[in-house]
Ligand binder design. Structure first.
Ligand SMILES: N[C@@H](CCC(=O)N[C@@H](CS)C(=O)NCC(=O)O)C(=O)O
Length: 197
């Protein structure tokens, strides 16, 4: 049984979906209900996964730990396919996620006004450029994972839901929209959303 520290709707949702895809049991703890979360993670972020007392933080490390531990098609055996899957996970975690994180930072740290509006627009432009890259990749295949969805598709889908909380126009592109809709229809995704509170 895994323990996953989460914040509703945060990147930890992707971790939860993947744990469900792997058929593993999970106990969820809402970070906001923990008295001193710095004991759990001094950095203050979710996800944090605990496996039999072994604590792991950083979303990509958590994802790779899970995918290395349980047999699955998300992390193929073939070296090139495995590297491509890792690249996609890192793109999601280390490129797309930080691009979205700017929106949270701006909202929490700038006073309302023209400068804030402009910075929001610049941040949205950077996000849209990344979605355009993903959309191009999906000209050839329905998912980043190819004909089947991957961990990276799940991660990107979780992040895609953040834009609606800010005064920005995010353009996914038709291919990305199709991919996002397919992922959000997965039973694992629906169950993960329902399990958070
Ligand atoms: N590099 C970290 C970033 C994680 C991160 O930014 N998590 C956000 C949620 S998506 C967080 O925990 N923010 C603090 C909070 O929501 O209380 C990772 O990949 O785990």
């Amino acid at each position: 049984m895994y323990t996953l520290y989460y914040v509703p709707g945060a990147c930890s949702l992707a971790t939860q979906v993947v744990i469900r895809e792997l058929g593993q049991d999970i106990s969820l703890i809402n970070k906001n209900e923990v008295n001193d979360f710095s004991d759990i993670n001094p950095v203050g972020t979710v996800p944090v996964l605990v496996d039999n007392g072994f604590k792991i933080r950083e979303g990509a490390a958590v994802m790779l730990y899970l995918l290395n531990k349980h047999p699955n098609r998300f992390l193929p055996e073939d070296s090139m396919a495995r590297t491509k899957a890792t690249q996609d996970i890192m793109f999601a975690n280390a490129t797309m996620h930080p691009a979205y994180s700017r929106l949270f930072f701006i909202a929490g740290n700038m006073s309302d006004g023209e400068a804030k509006d402009q910075i929001f627009q610049s941040a949205a432009l950077a996000i849209n450029q990344l979605w355009a890259v993903v959309n191009d990749q999906l000209n050839e295949q329905p998912f980043l994972g190819g004909s089947n969805y991957s961990a990276a598709d799940i991660m990107l889908t979780v992040y895609s839901r953040w834009g609606e909380h800010f005064p920005v126009d995010i353009h996914f592109g038709a291919n990305v929209e199709k991919m996002l809709a397919s992922i959000q229809e997965l039973p694992s995704f629906r169950m993960a959303v329902a399990a958070e509170h």
